[in-house]
Structure formats: C-alpha cells, structure tokens
Design a protein. Sequence first.
Length: 329
Amino acid sequence: MPGEPSGLEEILARARGEIGEAATPQALTEVRARYLGRKGSISSELRALGKLDPAQRKVRGQAVNAAKQRVEELVAARRSELEGGERARELADNQVDITLPGATPPAGHLHPLTHVTRDMVNFFASMGFSVEDGPEVETDWHNFEALNIPPEHPARDEQDTFYLEGGNLLRTQTSNVQIRAMTGRTPPLRFIAPGRVYRHDTSLKHSPMFHQIEGFLVDERVTFGDLKGVLFAFARHLFGADSALRFRANHFPFTEPSAEMDVRWRGEWLEWGGCGMIHPHVLERCGIDPEAWQGFAFGMGIDRTALLRWGFPALRPLFEGDVRVLEQV
Ligand code: DAH
C-alpha cells in the first residue's frame, strides 16, 4: 500500500507471509493473535492513536483500521483454504468404492427337520387338519394302555421304552396324542401331531430321540380309501408328482385293519410309516361311540422323510449340529 504511513506496510507484509505459511487452523489462530490479539502489533498501533493530535489521529486511524481489516480478510481466506484442504484430505482418505459388491451378512437357515415339519404341517393345514401338541413325558395309559397295547405287549419291552421313576415314561410314539386329542371331544376331528419320541436303541443308525408326525381323522363315514387318498396326496406333496406309495398288510394294536406304507425313492421301496383304521377299542377308551364314528390314523418318521428328501446317509448327523451337514440343505 504505497503512501501509507510508516510501519503498517511492514506489519502487513509480515502478516501476509505468516498467514500464508500457517499450515493448520490452529497455527492460523496463533498468527492472528500476534496481530489482532490483545498484545498484537496492530492492536498496539490502535492504542497508540490516543497519543496523536486529532488531525493526525484521523488519518492514521483510517490507515490502521484498514490494515486491521486487511489482516482479518487474509486470515479468513486462509482459514477457508485450510479447512477446505482438510475436508478434501478427509474425503481422499476415506474413499469408498461404490461399485464393490456389498458384504453379505451370514444368514442362518432352517434345520432340515424344521423345514420338513413345516412343509408337512402346511400340507395338512390346507386339508383342514390342526396341529395338536402332546407331552413327551407321558403316562402308561396314553402311550400304551388306551392305544390297545396290553402290559405284555413287546412294544413295552424295557429295551425300547425309557421308564421314569413313578411309572411315567418318555413317549415312544406320537400316537399318544390321539388319546389326548380325542378324549373329551366330539367328532368330527382332524389333527396332526409332530413331535419328539424316545426309544432305547444303541445301534449307530438310530438315535434314542427322533421325530414322528401323527395324523388322524374321525367322522361319520370314513374309509380306508379316504386314508389312502390323503396319504397319496401327502407323498406327492413331499416327494413330487412321480413318487409312488404302496401299502403292505401289517399289525398295529391301535388300528384295524393296519398297513405299513412304503415310498418309492430312487427306484427303491423304503419303509415310511404305519397307518390304519382307528381300532374301535381306542375310540371307546376316548369316549367316542365306535358305532357312530369311524376314523383313520397314520404315523411316520419326520427324520426319515428328511433323509429321503435330501439323501442323507444316516440319521445321527441331523442331530449333531455340524454346519457342514446343515449347509447342504
Ligand atoms: N405309532 C406307530 C409307530 O411308532 C406308527 C403308527 C402306525 C401310527 C399306525 C399310527 C398308525 O397312527 O395308525 O411305529
């Protein structure tokens, strides 16, 4: 600034230099204080005005104020430069490649048994059956006696049944739910009952706990043909349209007549479950008049169904929680 009163030009030149060199907002604040702070050089020029006579003071005052304002402007410009630079650095340091595929969180999935059970329940729900639950710790009556299984029957053999203190037992079949669901109810009835069952079995192919699903229907006129129709549809739902089912005469104490059913799977016939017309004694024990009502019942292994469906070689891996097995589903 040519023609300005002495000193200020030098001060301004120094200020300009120092402001330009300030590398951080913090350093810039310090530079500003050296000029405009309480002990700053421009501030002391302002204080010195008081010693001048009025005419000089006016001229000098304008010059000092102009210098002060100039320094403020330079500081402000430098500050925005510094802050802009910081932001730019920040952005450069945190670059995100928005074209990268996102990280997929590992998602859990349903256990094969849950999967099959839900599939079964959905099928029967669509046919008007509701799900009925039953206890796993059961009385002799519900698991055996009411199902027409007398005390000397081989199914009660201690080899098979886990007996508990006090005479109760772990249910060996979901058929106990037939008794619980029919007692005290008036037909027509349609139920399915999936759940855990327990049997002593030390062979490696078996597990002492496995799953069954029971189904039963009681109405005024029910035939073995109705039972077959439902089971054929069920098999087609689970194993596909070209699956096949066959019935072999068999004996169960709680059905008459009784049959065992096999499903054809990859060219082989495999045992799948049992079925039959509910024995009149069973209906009677549940307080249902067998002259007025008839019913069919069936039961099959859920685990077995899962094995067939996914081609697992054995049951145990289903219960061991090895994710390498479970991930194949
Ligand atoms: N409870 C039988 C079992 O565990 C399976 C079974 C057979 C269930 C015939 C039934 C049935 O309802 O009618 O081997």
